[in-house]
Design a binder for this molecule. Structure first.
Ligand code: NAD
Length: 383
């Protein structure tokens, strides 16, 4: 099967590399000639690097599987087209409608969108049953997780076919419902939001919180370091989009601290300044917090994260196994959140959520009905 890629930016290029190194012919389309040239040069460099490291036998042979085009009609023979252009619904819809007039009837049309509903993209074509979400993580060649998102229009069986293909591409696919943020960008929200809220309340400094999450919590990066790394233009916008898409549920309420960073142009590492200053050496994080205080910080974030995962399970967004796989493979959490809940005890997590609710009387801290049931009955998610 020939794989078509629409958009040769960071994601499109990465996905093309995954497909090509899995043996497919790949056709990359972009409407910007300069972007295509950059993609071509970048791809050749990446493939050569892989060969030098001994991870690829013949970079040139893989590069021969690529074709580049600045005309959408170049994708007419593809069996699967994955779109990775700008995150704008109207533009995506236009591209999908045009694509459908070019490709064969049985060509699968997929979007790599992070935040738009697949149903709304599928509505732009006649045969909407052929449309599905295939959400890769950045950088696509390195990150194993792929969220597969059938829309309500998607034909039965297509998600399974894409799952098999992703397994052939040596990815870790999970199946999720077409709801805002899918799994990872929904369940991970408290990691950022609750950290910022604790800082705003003066409960701890950003350094204290970052150090607690890495040293006591075992996370690879603390929330302030991580959002500076992701960029506040991306991270804040995802938070705001998820908040709006969930009809302003206070669980996802964004913060003014982060919004001001964005407004000031302090986008994080890439702009030299964010929560921390990167103009010279970058920050050296130190904290004198005692272990019990670190535990309190980590648990507050963890209770909310677990509550998100449990609520997603309760609403059948994904299976327990897929929810845990998504958070370990998509954002490198040290443990799956449901397994973590089993370890702590659902009754303990429930008591933590209820204590927060009693303190704030804010719906942000409402425990999931499923957490309440599991906590009360001392049940586990895995045997
Ligand atoms: N960057 C991430 O971390 C990430 C992760 C997962 C998913 N995504 C999603 O992937 C998509 C692409 O993101 P990105 O970071 O690769 O963006 P990017 O800005 O790096 O690349 C987008 C590319 O699309 C091209 N493009 C724009 N409009 C086009 C059109 N109408 N026709 C053809 N080409 C067009 C641009 O020239 C550019 O080369 C978005 O939907 C984004 O939400 C991004």
């Amino acid at each position: 099967m020939i794989i078509g890629i629409v958009g040769s930016g960071a994601m499109g290029n990465g996905i093309a590399q995954v497909a090509a190194t899995s043996g497919h012919q790949v056709i990359v389309y972009d409407n910007n000639a300069a972007a295509l040239e950059k993609a071509k040069a970048g791809t050749l460099m990446n493939l050569n690097k892989l060969q030098e490291k001994g991870k690829l036998a013949d970079a040139q042979a893989v590069f021969q599987q690529y074709r580049y085009t600045d005309e959408l009609s170049g994708l007419k023979d593809c069996g699967l087209v994955i779109e990775a252009i700008i995150e704008n619904l109207e533009i995506k819809k236009k591209v999908f409608a045009e694509l459908e007039s070019i490709v064969e009837d049985n060509c699968i049309l997929a979007s790599n969108t992070s935040s738009l509903s697949i149903a709304s993209i599928a509505a732009s074509v006649q045969k909407s049953e052929r449309v599905i979400g295939i959400h890769f993580f950045n950088p696509a060649p390195l990150m194993a997780l792929v969220e597969i998102i059938p829309a309500i229009q998607t034909r039965e069986g297509l998600a399974g076919e894409i799952r098999d293909l992703m397994l052939q591409w040596k990815k870790a696919p999970v199946l999720t419902k077409d709801t805002p943020g899918f799994i990872v960008n929904r369940v991970a929200r408290p990691f950022y939001g609750e950290a910022i809220k604790m800082m705003e309340e003066g409960l701890a400094t950003k350094e204290d919180i970052d150090v607690a999450l890495t040293s006591y919590g075992g996370f690879k990066m603390g929330p302030f370091t991580l959002t500076d790394y992701i960029g506040h233009d991306v991270n804040y916008v995802v938070t705001e989009t998820v908040f709006q898409s969930f009809f302003y549920d206070p669980r996802y309420r964004p913060s003014f601290s982060q919004k001001r960073l964005l407004e000031a142009g302090w986008l994080g590492r890439k702009s030299g300044k964010g929560f921390y200053n990167y103009e010279n050496e970058g920050p050296v994080l130190t904290s004198g917090l005692e272990e019990n205080k670190q535990k309190e910080i980590v648990e507050r974030i963890l209770f909310l994260l677990i509550n998100e995962a449990v609520e997603a399970l309760y609403l059948n967004i994904a299976t327990a196994a897929d929810l845990d796989l998504a958070m370990t493979k998509g954002v490198n959490y040290p443990k799956g959140l449901l397994a973590w809940c089993d370890e702590l005890g659902a009754d303990y997590v429930l008591a933590g959520m209820d204590a927060l609710y009693n303190k704030y009387h804010d719906d942000r801290y409402r425990a999931s009905a499923m957490l309440r049931k599991y906590g009360t009955e001392k049940k586990k998610f895995f045997n």
